[in-house]
Design a protein around this ligand. Sequence first.
Ligand SMILES: NC(=O)c1ccc[n+]([C@@H]2O[C@H](COP(=O)([O-])OP(=O)(O)OC[C@H]3O[C@@H](n4cnc5c(N)ncnc54)[C@H](OP(=O)(O)O)[C@@H]3O)[C@@H](O)[C@H]2O)c1
Length: 292
Amino acid sequence: MKRLLITGASGFLGGHLYTLAKTSWQIRAVFNNHPPQSLSDEWIQLDLTEQCQVMKCLEKFQPDVIIHAAANSNLDQCELNPEMARRVNVESTRMIHKAALELNSRLIFVSSDMVFDGRQGNYRETDPVAPISVYGRTKVDSEQILQKSEGNYVIARAALIYGRSIIGGSSFSMWIENRLHMNQNTPLFVDQYRTPVLVNNLAAALLELAENNYTGIIHLGGENRINRLTFGKQLCAVCNYDEGLLLTVSMHENKTAAPRPVDVSLHTGLARSVLREPLMNTVDGLRLMCGL
Ligand SMILES: NC(=O)c1ccc[n+]([C@@H]2O[C@H](COP(=O)([O-])OP(=O)(O)OC[C@H]3O[C@@H](n4cnc5c(N)ncnc54)[C@H](OP(=O)(O)O)[C@@H]3O)[C@@H](O)[C@H]2O)c1
């Protein structure tokens, strides 16, 4: 069996990656502060900001592929603490990339649609990046570390990820579902557009990239461009929640520490030609999420 190391395996996306990959790969799943409920020998505690620990672990395991999904992806925390954001998001990527080059491992780096400024939308892999937040800047800086080398790497830019967690972490759709479940009013932006991708769908696409020979940047988003309010309405319709609890809000009326781009929808034509895994639209994704 080939060896796969997953960073961020205790998180939302990483938990799905681990669960999907564990029967076909020999795995090392990295967590830091949140161990999974059922710990096995596959799991390893590692602070990715500690260079020696990271190098030792990688040299011992000799992974064929590394999926680097760990990050601090909280936009506001990153904006308020750029030093921390840089250490966790950029310096960890620098180290993992260095190790991947030394060990001849394929590296799949999970980046974000937040590398764009959101003024255009429908972004292709060739469009220039222009982040407007500290988080977005850390993803661009990480991407550039990989791009400066001749290594065997993929920069997978994920859109907004939705779905239910199976090991840890959380998603914006879980936040919506929790509130609706408790009959609480749920404010959703009407003026921010993304191409949300179901976490199961994204995990399968990343594992396909782990095995094929594509290199370079690739956009992984769902089939449709949508704002959060419309997404919420679809969620209510598909999963049978009360749509009357949804409140329309503008992101311009809500002050957040980090600025939010208006339209970071991703063009996913390249992924559709490279991958067998079909990237679903939100209605199909929500149906799958709700077990329909
Ligand atoms: N969520 C989205 O909508 C979205 C959209 C686009 C791109 N992305 C990217 O997708 C990836 C996964 O996102 P997610 O939502 O699944 O994140 P998440 O649930 O917040 O999980 C983050 C993971 O990173 C790990 N981590 C953080 N700091 C670490 C450190 N110093 N050392 C080791 N591990 C550390 C955490 O480990 P512990 O919890 O054990 O400490 C956790 O497993 C990230 O790279 C994110 O930037 C996310």
